[in-house]
Design a protein around this ligand. Sequence first.
Ligand code: BV8
Length: 260
Amino acid sequence: MTDLTLDADCGRAAELLKGASRVAVLTGAGMSAESGVPTFRDALTGWWARYDPMELATPQAYQRDPARVFGWYVYRWRLARAVEPHAGYRALAAMAARFDRLAVVTQNVDGLHQRAGSKDVLELHGSLEDFRCTGDGHPYYADRLLELDLPDEGDVEPPACDACGSPIRPGVVWFGEQLSEMTIGRAWEEVAHADALLVVGTSSVVYPAAALPGVALEAGAKVIEINPDQTPLTPQATHWWGAPAGQALPALKQVLDQYE
Ligand code: BV8
């Protein structure tokens, strides 16, 4: 773990954050990379190296090949349960105490923010823990999967709903599906009323999530982007810090603590 506390970018980010009372944090797959969860744009490791996530995370893919898609989600659900939130997640959760409000708006479905202790988390795209049936949307409790004799990897025939017999699907928002009005509305509110928005580990290409930093800027918030790569957001951001989340966030918390 590199100590970035003396990094000028860290100092600038802390400077922009220290006077804030309301902070919003928008995270993407890059936030989980250092916990061992592949991002969407990195080649997926192992069995899934042959498939493009954009081709699997759609209702059409599930219609066309339910076992292939459901198998991908079982693989990701298992992986999310097997990994731990890294130090950046924990620093973000701890940092909340220094502000009147720190709300996390995540595009991720792995539940790592909550496991690291973050209290105010909005999951824009649902959760790998929330399976439901394709009939009337009856919930299917993820632990039920532990009772099934599932293969270690590969295709998994979706189980049937106990209540109506319809096939089960993951409780995530696929490409081409609407986000919940309430969730996106609350996310809009959080960024529109934030003094500062931290944008961590997202390529800023998926909408409507990628529109949120613009809402914050429009409302006069400082926008700090933490990402080793530049993105379409970088030119508009108040500050871009080209560092990985697992190193940047603990350093940021350490420098903010010095402002006590
Ligand atoms: C919608 C859940 C209205 C599932 C996800 C045509 C038809 C229909 C819709 C569209 C269309 N054209 C465009 C759209 C809109 C579409 C969209 O935006 N498409 C993009 C590709 C152009 N959006 C939608 O469909 C949304 N719904 O618009 O509804 C509608 C409805 C019908 C018809 C029209 C409109 C729904 C979008 C939600 C999709 N579901 N996830 C699942 O997880 O399986 S999206 C999924 O991909 C993620 O949740 C995330 O949002 C996205 C991946 O983005 P990132 O998180 O940014 O990850 P990525 O890998 O791209 O980047 C990682 C970044 O981290 C990189 O920048 C990297 O440099 C950085 N990084 C790497 N390591 C680190 C790091 N950063 C920090 N530290 C590190 N260590």
